[in-house]
Design a binder for this molecule. Sequence first.
Ligand code: SF4
Length: 365
Amino acid sequence: MPESSTFARRIIDWFEHNRRDLPWRRTYTPYQVWISEMMLQQTQMDRAVPYFERFVARFPDVHALAAANEEEVLKLWEGLGYYSRARNIARAARIVAESGGEFPRSRAELTALPGIGPYTAGAILSIAYNEDEPAVDANVERVYARVFDIDAPMAEREAKARVRELAAQLLPTGESRIYNQAVMELGALVCTPRAPRCDTCPVSEDCEARRLGIVAQRPVPGRKKDIVPLEVATGVLVRDGRLFVQKRPEGQVWAGLWEFPGGTVEAGETPQQAVVREFDEETGFTVSVREPIAIVRHGYTRFRVTLHCFLLDMADASAEPHLTAATEYRWATPRQLDELAFPAGHRKLMDLMRGDIRFTHLFRI
Ligand code: SF4
């Protein structure tokens, strides 16, 4: 076990010379640290920065976010996925604003807010308030698993407990803001999952996995989650230059987001049959397939989705929908669609339509 103060000092010194200049590292307000951490759970740093800048430009503090309409919050989150996180952020902001606007400063109060788990609480307490609290994300787990040769998968309770214990032991008093970020940054830039740059690592002398020549085997891989292929069909109905979209209900995946109706292709069905059936079930519209638009492939959680997209015709162009899988609907122009938040697959479909000469007339409006 390396001497803890020397180990911490090496990482901190390295961080001071190598840290990335990130917008939330300029002021360290609890609000900004919170938003950045929620986004970084969704995506890589480079991609998170523009999302963060747009978000805090529109909602500069917790009061502005508390007053926001959820639709706008979802729109700014569009493309990050895990939309329940965005909804939790909006709910947590309202709770904080209602109790005066001061961000909580204890682990218990923070974890009582929607969407804030042990990691995010530790990150806010250390990075924003410089409290002596560890913050352990996947980067930190990887660094400690290698330096201390932890020989169990990180998904296992004992391995997680060992990392938490090390993170607490090695934390230099009064320096958690810089130390926690330094270990995360080391994991992100040097001790990377593939091809770690051990030759430039500030703690290579302390690293047990390197000494044993087993860096590639640490962390010990866990059991891979099975990828589930999913065939889904969706359809676009156009009436007077407007497209039919509906809003997903509470309690379901992508709650509050907009979509073109559709659903899973059942066994024995073709995608064309599925889209006709789904429209009937979800809207009461009788539709037929005019032509395929595209096949969009995308993934979410453990699903790999093949989305079959069709242009549809309606039997009765003046029919009113009877919604069974949505809370509201709109006949929206392409420009109005840009104001709404959609799941990634449906946003890709719109992007494809925008570049497709068959729909030029529609997207000129
Ligand atoms: S020496 Fe290599 S494996 Fe060990 S902590 Fe540094 S980068 Fe990671």
